[in-house]
Design a protein around this ligand. Structure first.
Ligand code: SAM
Length: 205
């Protein structure tokens, strides 16, 4: 990945993803998580403060060592165990039907093979268990979409493979989940070209 991807980008993500405006969204997406949770693209652990009391352990999946290091204090101060269980959301080292819930925030935009990652999440979830997601993606408005398509190649180069144009809710549905709740909106304080946020919950169908 090189110095930029290994050292600079995880610190930058830690900074831009921890703003005051994102925190209420993290709180919403984490509500209702319980038991053993797998979180893909764990990053620097910015969701830890929002995990509800019913969570008993977290299997953290994160390729970036720097992200995991930045998570250090939050991980050690957590009331439940958090293990770095894997490095790649596209191939989870977890048994079938071994998790009570799954979480992904701002990661479905980045994982190279998002379809493989969603299939893995379905595989490791217990039947009827919920996948909670928060991500940015394809905007609902055509003029914004045009700008997103233009900027997408540069965005991917600058931000570790992050896509602006993934239709997040559609991808979740196409992977075989049934979305039980989703809110699609432009994030306060973010430029529209960043896309619409999709905050939702889905169960394996
Ligand atoms: C924009 S960051 C979001 C981090 C964190 N989820 C958050 O909300 O702050 C995207 C994360 O996806 C991770 N990532 C990239 N490729 C991945 C993969 N194949 N499997 C799991 N995570 C991946 C990156 O290392 C990064 O931590």
């Amino acid at each position: 990945m090189g110095f930029y991807g290994d050292q600079v980008l995880p610190r930058f993500i830690n900074m831009v993803c921890s703003t005051k405006t994102v925190r209420p969204l993290r709180e919403r997406v984490c509500a209702g998580l319980h038991g053993r949770v797998v979180e893909i693209g764990f990053g620097s652990g910015l969701n830890i403060p929002f995990y509800p009391a019913g969570v008993t352990s977290v299997a953290a999946v994160e390729p970036a060592d720097t992200g995991w290091k930045l998570a250090g204090k939050r991980v050690s101060g957590s009331p439940f165990p958090i293990d770095r269980t894997g490095l790649d959301g596209q191939a989870l080292p977890l048994a079938d039907h071994s998790c009570d819930a799954a979480l992904s925030t701002y990661t479905l935009c980045t994982i190279p093979d998002v379809t493989a990652a969603l299939a893995e999440i379905r595989r490791v979830l217990k039947p009827g268990a919920a996948f909670h997601f928060l991500d940015h993606g394809l905007a609902p408005d055509e003029p914004v979409r045009r700008g997103q398509h233009r900027l997408d190649p540069l965005q991917q180069r600058l931000f570790g493979g992050c896509h602006l144009t993934r239709p997040i809710a559609d991808l979740v549905t196409e992977a075989g989940f049934t979305i039980t709740d989703v809110d699609i909106f432009y994030e306060k304080g973010a430029p529209k070209i960043w896309g619409a946020a999709s905050l939702g919950m889905a169960v394996s169908s």
